[in-house]
Design a protein around this ligand. Structure first.
Ligand SMILES: [Zn+2]
Length: 301
């Protein structure tokens, strides 16, 4: 329960854009003796350490950088050589400029650079996000996949199209058998799908299917927000999203409007379990209906 409360607090801070809302404590969890997860204020961070230098997946908000550095210092004296961003949202990229300033190479999908380098508007929250300073932009970008070979590990980053945004990557630590999901997975709360950044429910479901294909019963699954879990936890999440998606699609097929879908409370079977976050059941139902309506409009063009 404590974990769930923490996840909810962090997630609420995420989308209100309030970097100071939660406390700044970093909690470190060891997956192996060289792979760790840092839980703090913002998206979950993966850390690969070793003699070749430290590799980070995501870097939370800018004010968290000193706290992250302190937590990293306890794991390794090596410099942070790479920072990989799973997507552009500021709770995952806010520390980019700080790490770039001290020599880290920023790496992400092409669309992460595109969105960080231009003004954005997140329609779900009616929130404008100005372009980041150029020092925060990824300097190495890719369109499908990129692999890193360091610290006796192989790390594959795989782009998943139009999922939480249009620039998401899954990050697979092959030897450690761990998978960072970025925000294609919110564990324990209704997910945010950023339609205005090119996200879609069908893309999220495809990303989850890819993750299931990459994983086995022993894989450690690191969600973008919430506690780590295993393949069974990921599978439950996929089944929940698939059943809600299919139900909303059926209602739209019957001719219901988006407002009628939302009013029918299609998520209610899951509300006790998942409504403790910043995405309300109504907001999630609306996202599903809007996402499926968009894809219908695209098909009929
Ligand atoms: Zn996000």
């Amino acid at each position: 329960m404590l974990r769930k409360t923490l996840a909810v607090t962090l997630a609420a801070a995420v989308c209100l854009g309030n970097a100071q809302a939660a406390d700044d404590t970093i909690r470190t969890h060891a997956i192996t003796d060289s792979l760790f997860v840092l839980f703090g204020n913002g998206g979950n961070i993966a850390v690969l350490t070793g003699k070749d230098g430290t590799y980070l997946v995501d870097d939370q908000y800018a004010p968290m950088t000193p706290h992250i550095r302190k937590a990293l210092k306890a794991l390794s004296d090596a410099p942070v050589r790479f920072v990989f961003n799973t997507h552009w949202h500021t709770d995952h990229t806010g520390g980019n400029a700080n790490f770039a300033r001290t020599g880290s190479l920023l790496v992400a999908h092409d669309n992460v650079r595109t969105r960080l380098s231009s003004d954005q508007f997140i329609s779900a929250f009616q929130r404008e996000v100005p372009a980041a300073d150029s020092s925060a932009w990824p300097v190495l970008t890719f369109d499908q996949r990129i692999s890193f070979h360091l610290n006796n590990e192989t790390v594959h980053s795989l782009h998943v199209a139009r999922a939480h945004t249009d620039g998401d990557s899954l990050v697979h630590f092959e030897k450690a058998n761990a998978l960072h999901m970025g925000d294609t997975f919110f564990n324990g709360i209704y997910p945010f799908i950023d339609l205005s950044s090119g996200g879609s429910i069908d893309g999220v479901l495809a990303a989850l299917q890819t993750a299931l294909t990459l994983s086995d019963a022993r894989t450690v699954i690191i969600p973008g927000h919430g506690p780590i879990t295993d393949r069974a936890g990921l599978k439950r999440y996929q089944q929940m999203l698939q059943s809600l998606r299919d139900q909303v699609a059926a209602q739209l097929d019957q001719g219901q409007s988006i407002e009628q879908v939302v009013a029918s409370r299609p998520t209610r079977a899951y509300d006790d379990e998942l409504s403790g976050g910043f995405i309300t059941p109504q907001a999630f139902a609306r996202t599903l209906a809007e996402s499926l309506s968009h894809s219908r409009a695209d098909q009929s063009e």
